[in-house]
Design a protein around this ligand. Sequence first.
Ligand SMILES: *Cc1c(COP(=O)(O)O)cnc(C)c1O
Length: 426
Amino acid sequence: MERQFEAGLAFAQKKDQQDHMNKIRERFCIQPETIYMDGNSLGMASKDAREALMKVVDLWETEGINIWNIEDNKYFLYQDFLGARLAELINARPDEVTVMTNTTINIHQGISTFYHPTKERYKILVDDINFPTDRYAVDSQVKLKGYEPAEAVKVVASRDGVIDEERVIEAMTDDVALVLLPAVLYRSAQLLDMKRLTEAAHKRNIIIGFDLCHSIGAVDHDFADIQPDFAVWCNYKYLSASPGAIAGFYINQKHFAMEPGLAGWQGNRKDTQFQLKQKHEHAQNAGGWQTGTQPLFSMAPLEGVLKIFEEVGMANIRKKSLDITAYFMYLIDTKLAQYGYSVGNPREDERRGGHICLVHEEAYRICSALKDSGVVPDFREPNVIRLAPIALYTSYEEVYQVVEILEFIAINKKYEKYSSERSMVV
Ligand SMILES: *Cc1c(COP(=O)(O)O)cnc(C)c1O
């Protein structure tokens, strides 16, 4: 898409005035003297999330055990209530989504449900640049079935930080049982062609699952169209549902009759759950993949922040996200390229997620200098500064200012006074 940008401050201010979301920004806890560019790692708190959390704390205090019964069992059924609302963000059916545990455990749940290796079909296909927890889960799942990862985990090599869909499809051979891929890559922000990959997998009778951690809340997926078999994600990045918030799980309705790989009493049919029988009867919806009782305090903030997403709508969020990241790239090209900075994410709208992957050989020390200048970035080895202008709460003027600061740091070599020694959380 052709967009017209200008390099001056007045242009950024004009964009903010025209932005329908600049009222929404006030619902978030913007901190003074700070430009938060790390919402793709940990989304910013909102007043809506706080209010929803405090409400549940109060209900625990006043209701005790009765919290499960009030409001038509809302909190007993909270995981599916939240799942149905999350489903709208990816255009899935309300009963195809639930919330539980964390992403890693949900990958275990998905794989253990679908991975039933035979002599002929026993491999899990992955890429080599996904976030490592996904790979750890895959390796341990094949080990649980008696294989060595070296024989049963098939790895498609990336090229220059890019996953080529064509090569993934070529690797979908007859011995592959399941494919697990990210929707958006956490480092480069590459958005995979999920529809094409899903069609190719299904043509070959291969199960396919996606990790949406870096796309949920930034990219308006259409699962009714894509039809993957399962998906997982965390809700604490673009969705701003609190540090370590409950994670998301999607299972395609055509698989509702399957046995969950990991079963538990909260996955039992709700109408017979309290008969407490020894035989498990799993619910025929995503809730059937529940295990135990989920933490209400890690779910409540999600309810609060989802109100904001519903008011604004995913299509509008994606539209602004693409525009503000395009503006960011424009400023990098026009002002920063001369100082050794370059854009490391794909440029086409249909191939990129919601953050900017800014490459510089001094990335680590520049991040330290950014932090001292009131900007919150994050760093990924060895040379990437990730900067996420979040549609709901980042202004065009903030993007403009970050570019000014990056320029200042480079011109004055401000990074030279910082150490290259890595800290524990980078
Ligand atoms: C952030 C992220 C995770 C996080 O996993 P948790 O189990 O929720 O901590 C997993 N996978 C990807 C691709 C991520 O970006």
